[in-house]
Design a protein around this ligand. Sequence first.
Ligand code: MF3
Ligand code: CO
Length: 249
Amino acid sequence: MITIYREDEIAKVKASGHITYLTHQHMKEFIKPGVSTKFLDEEAGRFIRSMGGIPSCLNYEGFPANICVSVNEEVVHGIGRDDHYLKEGDIVTLDICTLYEGYHSDSAWTYPVGKINKEKEHLLHHTEKALYVGLKEIKDGAPLGNLGARIQQYAESHGLGVIRELVGHGVGHNLHEDPDVPNFGKYNSGPVLKAGMIIAVEPMLTAGKRYVNILDDDWTIVTDDNRPSAHFEHTVVVLEDGYEILTGE
Ligand code: MF3
Ligand code: CO
């Protein structure tokens, strides 16, 4: 069942989303060579709590960290480690989810560590673009499949692979709820969007082939060919004539 949120509920997701946004802004200054991924996790957790929020990822289906920190070929659900240090030329995704006054928000962003190579620059630039290309398909009455079809077309036309095993999702009362929001598919398919639906749109693209594996920690998803992967995500509400980003300023 897809929930249609009331105005007062949407305002609460937006308040939650603002904390998620501020956490991303806060974390930017720490993303540099030599920082451990565990520090990034702990600093984000401290910041979310200082704003009155709770990190939604922590204990979600047993996830053991405040946020997801995924480096290079790690696609999603990376766990910060005190023996894993960022180095010049890495890319790192912070996937941050906040629970605030009963409402969840979810936003991921991939950041360069110092100077990155052309392949990673291409990947980051076009994965961020793919998010906005997808968002443009959102309005009351539009088939949700248009969003995935457009993201897939954009990604593949730029030589990037679309991961099929991971999808966006409804968000609000729960971190993950209906509908699934795939980054691939066919135009004029899927459920019809209605004003008041809240979804997390999150293209996960790779510079190589689209196939993935899971590491022995049972969480971290990595590309099978070890090529880098990027992830950009916003929580948005569907409007009559478009959408509004809830994980922004
Ligand atoms: N933004 C992530 C997702 O939508 C949240 C994962 S929480 C975790 O999958 F606990 F599963 F890591
Ligand atoms: Co998500």
